[in-house]
Design a protein around this ligand. Structure first.
Ligand code: G1P
Length: 307
């Protein structure tokens, strides 16, 4: 290994916070984690793990909480089910059942108390150690054809520090996101982040560039998070810790860059966006589209007729 490679270790671990209460989807999420809600026939969180693995990250740490046992079961072997499918020679379903248990090395740590995304990420400190790591939020799904995470890892390799994924949103949407003040670099899709504000009111937003749920964090973020007081909503915010790192140089754990993302992103964090995601994914499935799309067209035409 060269000295440079030793000084800048690669990204090999992904952290997936999954401890939220999922109150927006009650009563479905009373006993089922929201991460397990299906997008067609696969739980949302499996798409997230597949995205991490596609970017070369097969060590995945889930930050979980109470009532999240089914997530662990989903990424584990299901011996009785597998035997039953094998006895029926149902190889296709057998494959789909085994797939999630063979995807990645999945580890778990419990958050204990819901003190915010920053606190959830801090729970990963012991597992991650001194290496940069990716954070993937399950409410955002990125189109399988997009290479966003891989690009973010490249940007980290070039510039050091941390990297956030940014997407331009409508002004009235800015208050739903962490929002970045940015300056151009020599690369079209990369910006320097000079400031970050968590969920600003529209008139105080530094730009329309919103953080979507993909991050590459320098391990210096852990020390900063330990000193970060509760921010918006009384929670310890990852955005506030990254804001501090944005002011620093590489020697100190900074800076922060943004990758401007213009590809397919699906929001599953609220009911309407969740429904859109399910419909879009169904329309892209070769095994479903031929039957589902004509029905959808008729349904919309009839609904338009009634309106
Ligand atoms: C979190 C982050 C926010 C980010 C968003 C992306 O907010 O705190 O900065 O823009 O995810 O989805 P949440 O939506 O979990 O409240």
């Amino acid at each position: 290994m060269t000295d440079t490679a030793r000084a800048l270790p690669g990204v090999s671990k992904a952290v997936v916070p999954a401890a939220g209460l999922g109150t927006r989807f009650l009563p479905a999420t009373k006993a089922t984690p929201k991460e397990m809600l299906p997008i067609v026939d696969k739980p949302a969180i499996q798409y997230v793990v597949e995205e991490a693995v596609a970017a070369g990250l097969d060590d995945v740490l889930m930050i979980t909480g109470r009532s999240k046992r089914s997530i662990e079961d989903h990424f584990d072997r299901a011996y009785e089910l597998e035997e039953a499918l094998r006895a029926k020679n149902d190889t296709q379903r057998l494959h789909s059942v085994r797939e999630s248990s063979e995807l990645a090395q999945v580890h778990y740590v419990r958050q204990g108390e819901p003190r915010g995304l920053g606190h959830a990420v801090l729970c990963a400190a012991a597992h991650v150690g001194g290496e940069p790591f990716a954070v993937l939020l399950g409410d955002d799904l990125i189109g399988a054809r997009e290479a966003l995470l891989r690009r973010m890892i490249e940007v980290r390799e070039t510039y050091g520090g941390s990297v956030v994924a940014l997407m331009e949103v409508e002004p009235e949407q800015v208050s739903l996101y962490g929002c970045a003040a940015i300056e151009p670099t020599d690369e079209d899709d990369v910006v320097a982040v000079t400031d970050l504000v968590e969920k600003p009111p529209a008139d105080q937003a530094p730009s329309r560039w919103a953080i979507i749920g993909r991050y590459i964090c320098d391990p210096a973020v852990f020390d900063v998070l330990r000193d970060t007081p509760p921010g918006r909503g009384g929670e310890i915010q990852l955005t506030d810790a990254l804001r501090e790192l944005a002011k620093r140089t590489t020697a100190d754990g900074g800076p922060v860059h943004g990758v401007l993302f213009r590809g397919q992103r699906y929001d599953t964090g609220n009911k309407v966006d969740y429904l859109r995601t399910v419909v879009e994914f169904a329309c892209e499935r070769p095994d479903l589209a031929a039957e589902f799309l004509p029905w959808l067209r008729d349904f919309v035409a009839q609904a338009d007729g009634r309106a």
